[in-house]
Design a protein around this ligand. Structure first.
Ligand SMILES: [Zn+2]
Length: 297
């Protein structure tokens, strides 16, 4: 299978990274999307994938940096002649999110205008997602690819359940953390995985800063935590992703993000610290994700 890291950033706009989105493509030509953050749809075009050919979307949780491209993805697929409803898997609240977008929601005027055309009327299924709210366990199986979801530790459950996922296909296993601090649930999902794609949102100094200032969640994974988790799960290779802008040189972010991040510490040099800290506990193959990075398993 082929994995394309469509977006590798986090919650803030970033000139160099899209938000969370990972595309998994099987030999038979099926495409599955894990998270649908800003830029996911446009990045598919850059990766030579038609959004209308992506049949399944799995949302790890409902933070905007994991879902905000979804209306664009669905309406684009409709306009690009998708014939069937995209399957949408996600935590409780996913149905409400989707139902409030299209024909009865925020894009109602767009729906009315476009559905007046015979060609668009012929594929209304494309803009009516097949929503399935999930619970831990097997959440998807089409005979070729299976997804097993498990709780991770990022937000209080009453706000939003957060999931990691273990994807099994073509004799290989890929695990993806979504957003979480290191937790036993993620170790289970990643057990002996051929590839662990794990969030690595902030170096420890940034997590400490956020815990102190109380702006934003600090339930994220530091490089040190990621190395320990990867080693405990015996993951065979690791891709770190969902970088929280700490490597950015954007003057706008540096000026504006002072309440969220210790901006005086920001810069690409921190990636050396990331690798060093992961390496303290994990010795296997390791890559730091960039947008459009491709991995063949
Ligand atoms: Zn996130």
């Amino acid at each position: 299978m082929k994995i394309t890291m469509l977006g590798t950033g986090a919650a803030l706009p970033d000139p160099d990274r899209g938000q969370s989105a990972i595309l998994i493509s099987t030999e038979s030509g099926r495409h599955y999307l894990l998270d649908c953050g800003e830029g996911a749809t446009r990045q598919m075009l850059r990766a030579n994938i038609n959004p209308a050919d992506v049949g399944v979307v799995f949302l790890t949780h409902l933070h905007h940096d994991h879902i905000c491209d979804f209306p664009y993805f669905v309406i684009s697929g409709w306009m690009l002649n998708r014939e069937t409803s995209p399957v949408l898997l996600g935590p409780k609240g996913t149905r409400r999110f989707s139902d409030h977008l299209f024909e009865n929601g925020a894009y109602q005027a767009d729906f009315k205008a476009r559905s007046a055309y015979p060609l668009r009327k012929a594929n209304l299924a494309a803009v009516r997602p097949d929503v399935r709210e999930i619970a831990p366990g097997l959440v998807y199986d089409d005979g070729e690819l299976r997804m097993i979801a498990g709780h991770v530790d990022h937000l209080p459950h009453e706000v939003c359940e957060c999931f990691g996922v273990r994807v099994e296909a073509e004799g290989k296993v890929v695990a993806f953390s979504g957003d979480t601090k290191p937790c036993a649930g993620m170790v289970d999902l990643a057990r002996d995985a051929d590839l662990l794609i794990h969030e690595c949102t902030f170096p420890q100094s940034f997590i400490d800063h956020r815990a102190k200032t109380g702006v934003g969640t600090f339930s994220h994974t530091s490089p040190l935590g990621l190395g320990m988790l990867a080693s405990e799960a015996r993951a065979k290779s690791v891709v770190a992703t969902h970088f929280g802008h700490f490597d950015s040189t954007s003057p706008v972010l540096k000026r504006a993000a002072g309440k969220h991040l210790p901006t005086e510490l920001m810069g690409p040099h921190l990636m050396d610290e990331v690798v060093r800290d992961i390496r303290r506990n994990y010795a296997g193959p390791l890559r730091l994700a960039d947008d459009l990075m491709r991995i063949d398993l």
